[in-house]
Design a protein around this ligand. Structure first.
Ligand code: UDX
Length: 448
C-alpha cells in the first residue's frame, strides 16, 4: 500500500447502517483534510469500496457469516464482533504500522464506533491514540449514565406507574424516554452493554455527530464526566461528500415520481434500517395514509414486516403513493415535493430531516429513538408524536395536522429556523466548523 498522505487514520465502524454511515462520512471529511483513510471493517456486511475509491479497505474476518441481524439480536452481534475481532485488528495494525514506517508515513490514530469496545485495548496495546465516534445525540449517552445510576441504587425494575414522571437531571426526558426496558430486571448482557457503552477506557477524545448549538448543556455535563477533548462536529452528512453509504440498493425511481408531485405535498415514511412492524401496524398505516388523501413515498424494506400483508397495502396505496424497498433518503428529503417525514427518529434521519427543513411525525421504537423524539416534539417543537394507539384514525389525524393544518405550517417554520441554526454552525466561526479544525489539529499533533 502506498500513500503520499503522511498521516493515516484507521476507522473501525460497526456494520449497522445508522453507525456505518456517520463513520464513512467522518472518513470522507478527514480525507478532505489531507489524512489517508483505512477502514478496518467486519466481513459481515462490508461497506462498498466502490463508493469510496479514496479509502483503503481491510476486512477483518469475524466468523459471522450467515448471521441474520434483527432487532432481537443486536446485542449478540455487537458482543460477537467485540470478542472475535481484537486479535485480527491487532495483527493487521502491526503490519500496517511497519509498512507505513518504511514509506515515511505514520498511523496517527484509530477512530472507532463507541460500541466496538475491543478497539480500545488494541490501541492501548500498540500505543496508538484511540478516539471514539458517538453517532447519537449526546443526551442519549446521558440517559445511559442515568440508567446505571438507577441500577446502582436498586431502582430497576422501575414501576410502570412512574413512567410519565420527569427526570429533573435529564430535562426534558421522562422515565418512559429512557432507552430499553427499565421496567424489567436488567439482564447481565444488557448491563454489561450499558457499562461498556459509557466507558471510554483509555480513548483520548470523543467525536460527536451533533452540534454545540443543539446540545450545549448535555455536552457540558458529559464533558465533566469524561475529561477528554470533545469534538461535536455534526451534522457529518452536510460536511462529507454526498456518496452513497447504503447496504441496500437505493431505488432512484422515486426521484422521478417526486418530480411529478406538487411542492411540499408528499409525506415520506421510513423507519430506518432496523425497526420492524407487525401486520396490524402495517395495514392500519396503509388505511390511515389512504384515508388522509395525502400523497406519500413509503420505504418498506424486505425485512420490514412480520407476516405478508403487502398485497392489501399495495391495493390501498393506489395511484397516490409509491412504495420502494430503500430510498436515496438524503436526496428524497432535499426534494421540494417532500413536505413531511414520518420517521422512527434514528439520529441520522433526524439530522437529515432538520438539515432539509422537513417537519416530522415521530414514531420511535427503541434505543435512542424515544430520546430523540422527546427533543423533537417538546424542546425544538419541530415534530408531532404519533398517538400511542396506532390505528387508522389516529394516523389520519396526525398526518393532516402536519401536512394540512396551520399547526403543521408553524412546525415547518420552526424546522426551517433550526435548519438555519445548524447551517450557521458549519460556516467559518460556527461551532462545528471550529470544532472540526480543532479535531484536525488534534489528530495531526499525534504524529508531529
Ligand atoms: C440505528 C438506530 O436505530 C438509530 O436510532 C441510531 O441513532 C443509529 O443506529 P437506523 O435505525 O438505521 O440506525 O436509523 P438512522 O440513524 O436514521 O439511520 C438510517 C440511515 O439510513 C440514514 O442515514 C438514512 O438516510 C438511511 N436510509 C434510510 C436510506 O438511505 N434509505 C432509506 O430508505 C432509509
Amino acid at each position: 500500500m502506498e500513500t503520499t498522505r503522511k498521516h493515516i487514520v484507521v476507522l473501525v465502524p460497526l456494520p449497522l447502517q445508522g453507525h456505518l454511515t456517520p463513520m464513512l462520512q467522518l472518513g470522507s471529511i478527514l480525507h478532505s483534510k489531507g489524512f489517508s483513510i483505512v477502514v478496518a471493517h467486519s466481513e459481515f456486511r462490508p461497506p462498498n469500496p466502490k463508493n469510496h475509491p479514496e479509502f483503503i479497505f481491510q476486512p477483518l474476518s469475524d466468523n459471522l457469516s450467515g448471521f441474520q441481524a434483527t432487532i432481537g439480536n443486536l446485542l449478540d452481534l455487537i458482543a460477537a464482533i467485540n470478542s472475535n475481532s481484537g486479535a485480527l485488528l491487532e495483527e493487521y495494525m502491526v503490519q500496517l504500522i511497519e509498512d507505513q514506517k518504511l514509506q515515511g508515513n505514520q498511523v496517527a490514530c484509530i477512530i472507532h464506533d463507541g460500541l466496538l469496545f475491543f478497539v480500545d485495548s488494541v490501541a492501548t496495546h500498540l500505543k496508538i491514540p484511540g478516539i471514539v465516534l458517538r453517532p447519537s445525540l449526546a443526551a442519549f449517552m446521558q440517559s445511559y449514565h442515568y440508567i446505571l445510576q438507577l441500577h446502582a441504587q436498586n431502582l430497576i425494575p422501575f414501576p410502570e406507574s412512574r413512567l410519565l414522571e420527569p427526570i429533573p437531571e435529564l430535562y426534558p426526558l421522562r422515565f418512559k424516554d429512557l432507552p430499553d426496558k427499565i421496567t424489567f430486571e436488567i439482564r447481565k448482557q444488557l448491563l454489561d452493554y450499558f457499562i461498556s457503552s459509557v466507558n471510554i477506557n483509555s480513548s483520548v477524545a470523543i467525536i460527536w455527530n451533533t452540534t454545540d448549538s443543539l446540545e450545549h448543556s448535555a455536552l457540558l455535563q458529559l464533558q465533566q464526566h469524561y475529561k477528554v477533548p470533545f469534538f461535536p462536529i455534526g451534522p457529518l452528512h452536510k460536511i462529507a461528500a454526498a456518496t452513497s453509504t447504503s447496504f441496500l440498493e437505493e431505488d432512484q425511481s422515486c426521484i422521478s415520481w417526486l418530480d411529478k408531485q406538487a411542492p411540499n405535498s408528499v409525506l415520506y415514511i421510513s423507519l430506518g434500517s432496523i425497526a420492524i412492524v407487525d401486520e396490524k401496524e402495517l395495514t392500519e398505516t396503509a388505511w390511515g395514509l389512504a384515508n388522509s388523501g395525502i400523497p406519500f413515498l413509503w420505504v418498506i424494506r424486505p425485512d420490514y414486516v412480520n407476516g405478508s400483508p403487502l398485497e392489501i397495502v399495495k391495493a390501498l396505496v393506489g395511484e397516490r403513493g409509491l412504495i420502494v424497498k430503500w430510498a436515496p433518503q438524503r436526496e428524497v428529503l432535499a426534494h421540494k415535493a417532500v413536505g413531511g417525514f414520518w420517521s422512527h427518529c434514528g439520529w441520522n434521519s433526524v439530522m437529515e430531516s432538520i438539515c432539509e427543513g422537513v417537519p416530522m411525525i415521530c414514531r420511535p421504537y427503541f434505543g435512542d429513538q424515544p430520546v430523540n423524539t422527546r427533543y423533537l416534539t417538546s424542546v425544538w417543537k419541530v415534530g408531532l408524536e404519533m398517538e400511542s394507539v396506532l390505528d387508522r384514525g389516529s394516523i389520519e389525524r396526525t398526518i393532516k395536522r402536519l401536512m394540512v393544518d396551520v399547526e403543521g405550517k408553524e412546525i415547518r417554520q420552526r424546522m426551517l429556523a433550526m435548519k438555519e441554526k445548524l447551517e450557521g454552525g458549519l460556516q467559518k466561526g460556527g461551532s462545528s466548523y471550529e470544532s472540526l479544525n480543532d479535531l484536525t489539529q488534534f489528530i495531526t499533533s499525534f504524529s508531529a
